[in-house]
Design a binder for this molecule. Structure first.
Ligand SMILES: Cc1ncc(COP(=O)(O)O)c(C=O)c1O
Length: 423
């Protein structure tokens, strides 16, 4: 056991941090799909730290890369070009199959990447004399980050702080369930000339894993092109292999005008985000003063992100997510249906799975039962996540998960759910 016991560490943590975090155990570290507490308990992890540790916890190549990079160069200010940053931007545009004239924008994470794009679309809107106040079309249950501007575009109800002033100004669309729902967007863009962009998580992540129908995304692409409104794909969670392809945009067979990335991009070894943008947006960003963050794209961050992209490709992690993700989803669907019957709703794409239990058939999801299931899962040695309102069990496992680990996860989840009854 470590020198400090977990109770002492929790005490210290509470003094250091302003928020009361429900820390079920103190994490010592992880390896692959496993997390260990300082008491030596091992948990099969189906969260990857909310989609970050996509190449698994402490992948040996990432650890080696950090060591190697530390001996060379850790930090460089944003105004200096580094070999690591040049290599990463080249690799990102290649791997994500971005068109030749697209550019890469540096960021420290997902919200920061979205902010960079938002600033550019607003600038374009000003130039085009789009009527003010500029509004961004966004979706119910979306989450785009914790900065004020991104919270204004998110549907999160639980942040507990005063809502940013602009929140009410952005039209909020329901999550589409069929291609027909595009009519709502068509009508909105028809009557509201102040919309300067549409921002979409192609699979809503922390709002409970809601995949957008592919025909809907294609119609949205056509509509935005026809109206000259930039379409932004927030692929912070869906990108870098998680959906069974490098991007959800690839699954849909379309190219938005901007794609933002973060989370799994750096395997969690450094804070790295990026935006891939079309030439119009790139022109605005390049012409402006460099407004990137001080810590964006440090040599260390770039080195681990480039290594992460190589691992995803060389270990074929997207293909693995495409095969094993549905297997995990089907196993969980069978478990949930066995316990909750027709009140269970399980959905997913690749290694993103969401599971609800409805209060009554066709009713609202029951948050209390998911909270209870989470605790039981931990006791059964398997870690699962939840949507921000606890209505959905959210699974975002490391993409390195093996077939045996998928089976083991289903067995452990089965033990956890045994005897659980809805109220
Ligand atoms: C889809 C999406 N966009 C943006 C963000 C914000 O990313 P970050 O926390 O790195 O700022 C998140 C984080 O959960 C996310 O899921």
């Amino acid at each position: 056991m470590d020198v400090l016991a977990s109770r002492e560490i929790s005490g210290l943590y509470r003094r250091l941090n302003t928020a009361a975090v429900a820390a079920p155990f103190v994490m010592r570290g992880g390896e692959g799909c496993w997390i260990e507490s300082i008491e030596g308990e091992r948990f099969l992890d189906l969260t990857a730290g909310y989609g970050v540790a996509s190449t698994g916890w402490n992948h040996p190549r990432i650890v080696a890369c950090v060591r190697e990079q530390a001996s060379r160069s850790l930090f460089a200010p944003p105004m200096l070009v580094t070999r690591e940053a040049a290599e990463l931007s080249h690799a990102l545009l290649e791997v994500m199959a971005a068109p030749e004239e697209w550019r890469c924008v540096r960021a420290t994470g997902g919200a920061d990447a979205n902010e960079q794009v938002l600033k550019a679309v607003v600038t374009l809107a000003e130039r085009a004399r789009v009527p003010r106040p500029h509004r961004v079309l966004r979706y119910e249950r979306a989450y785009h980050g914790g900065t004020s501007a991104m919270l204004a575009l998110s549907d999160i109800e639980r942040h507990g702080l005063a809502r940013p002033l602009s929140q009410a100004e952005h039209p909020c669309l329901p999550v589409p369930t069929s291609a027909e729902d595009i009519r709502l967007v068509t009508d909105l863009l028809e009557c509201d000339r102040s919309v300067c962009a549409v921002m979409v998580e192609p699979v809503i992540g922390s709002g409970g894993v809601h995949p957008f129908p592919i025909p809907y995304l294609r119609s949205l692409r056509e509509l935005c092109s026809a109206r000259g409104v930039p379409l932004i794909f927030d692929e912070v969670m869906t990108g870098c292999g998680r959906v069974g392809a490098m991007l959800a945009a690839h699954l849909a067979g379309i190219m938005p005008d901007a794609i933002t990335l973060g989370k799994g991009l750096s395997s969690g070894a450094a804070a790295v985000g990026a935006a891939l943008v079309n030439p119009q947006l790139a022109g605005v960003i390049c012409a402006a003063e460099d407004t990137t963050s001080t810590f964006a794209w440090s040599p260390l961050g770039c080195a681990v992100a480039s290594e992460t992209l190589r691992i995803i490709e060389e270990e074929n992690l997207q293909a693995r997510a495409a095969v094993l993700g549905p297997r995990l989803r089907d196993g969980i669907a069978a478990l949930f249906q066995g316990v909750f019957g027709d009140r269970a709703v399980v959905r997913g794409v690749g290694m993103m799975v969401g599971a609800d239990v409805l209060r009554e058939a066709e009713g609202e999801p029951d948050a209390a039962i998911i909270r209870c299931a989470l605790v039981r899962c931990r006791r059964a040695g398997v870690l699962v996540g939840a949507s921000w309102d606890w209505k959905t069990m959210v699974l975002l496992p490391p993409l390195v998960m093996t077939e045996r680990e998928v089976e083991e996860a289903i067995v452990r989840l089965g033990h956890a759910l045994e005897g659980l009854r809805p109220r």
